[in-house]
Design a protein around this ligand. Structure first.
Ligand SMILES: Nc1ncnc2c1ncn2[C@@H]1O[C@H](COP(=O)(O)OP(=O)(O)O)[C@@H](O)[C@H]1O
Ligand SMILES: [Mg+2]
Length: 286
């Protein structure tokens, strides 16, 4: 979970659950939602004309109470700037989809992932999801002062496992993260790669219906990347839906069945990985 102070407050997902007995919310017009045709497949996440606008002070700082008073006194709020990070993005994700999300820095990938997981409120449009998505980002919350071992236990408890269930999975999690020799050290002593590996290993203890991985794999080494890619495919094959934000086109080609390309907050292309990646690379070469 990001600790970015300027990020929106943590809210319940803006999504309305598409319950078994609730009517499937259809976007205003089916054509408005891009994506490959999905005959008979279950829609899991519907993103319907979503906009996200961040309100920021031009200094990049959050306004303090004193700032607000002085602004009021001077009767202007000019420094307040808004960043339109997503400008009407629409698509539907189905079960068994594993969707790669690509785009240059600042194109809105993380914003879209945070909006889908309910962490960032949308300023217009709507997101419907079938179950609560789990966001696995580089910033996921672990406690730095505790050992890796304690964090595995806490993470497991947070995901609803009993101590006994955690004990059964513990060795697998540690082996998956490749941290056997370091698991008793406080996480402060871990490199960013070790931390990211442990996060991914803890998160993959649970079976996620909707898993969002935001560049978490980039920090791992090659063997870890392969292990986590295999885990992503496993989730996808178990009727899950995975979103993978990555700058590694190889990771995306190896794990994704579909790719979404964002540019300046707009969805440029949504389709077959090799085609979208080819078009994206071509645009970068210009
Ligand atoms: N918490 C925030 N407050 C203000 N602006 C933000 C915030 N997070 C992202 N932005 C801005 O929104 C845009 C999209 O950012 P982001 O979603 O992080 O892109 P990406 O993940 O593709 O690099 C950028 O212009 C970025 O500066
Ligand atoms: Mg990002």
């Amino acid at each position: 979970m990001s600790t970015d102070p300027s990020a929106g407050p943590i809210t319940e997902p803006t999504a309305t659950p598409v319950g078994a007995d609730a009517a499937t919310p259809e976007p205003a017009s089916p054509e408005a939602v891009a994506g490959p045709p999905a005959a008979g497949r279950k829609p899991v996440v519907i993103v319907d004309d979503v906009h996200v606008e961040y309100k920021v002070f031009a200094t990049g700082k959050r306004p303090t109470a004193a700032d607000r008073r002085s602004l009021k006194l001077r009767g202007r709020g000019k420094q307040m700037r808004s960043v339109h990070a997503l400008k009407g993005v629409s698509f539907t994700a189905y079960e068994n989809d594993s969707i790669g999300v690509i785009g240059t820095n600042g194109s809105g990938k993380s914003t879209l992932m945070r909006a889908i997981s309910g962490l960032t409120p949308t300023s217009a449009g709507a997101i419907y999801s079938h179950s609560r998505p789990s966001l696995l980002g580089v910033g996921a919350a672990l406690l730095k002062d505790l050992s890796g071992e304690r964090n595995v236990i806490l993470g497991g408890l947070a995901m609803g496992f009993t101590i006994k269930e955690i004990e059964e999975r513990y060795d697998d999690v540690v082996a998956f993260a490749g941290l056997e020799k370091f698991i008793d050290l406080p996480m402060r002593a871990y490199s960013s790669g070790m931390t990211a590996r442990l996060k991914f290993a803890i998160a993959s203890m649970a079976t996620h219906e909707i898993l969002i991985v935001d560049e978490a794999l980039a920090v791992g080494d090659r063997t870890f990347r392969q292990r986590s890619e295999a885990r992503i495919r496993e989730i996808r094959d178990n009727a899950g839906t995975v979103f993978l934000v990555s700058h590694s086109m190889q990771s995306i080609k190896d794990t994704c069945s579909r790719v979404i390309w964002l540019d300046q907050g707009t969805l440029v292309m949504d389709g077959e990985p090799t085609e979208v990646i080819r078009a994206y690379n071509k645009a970068q070469d210009k």
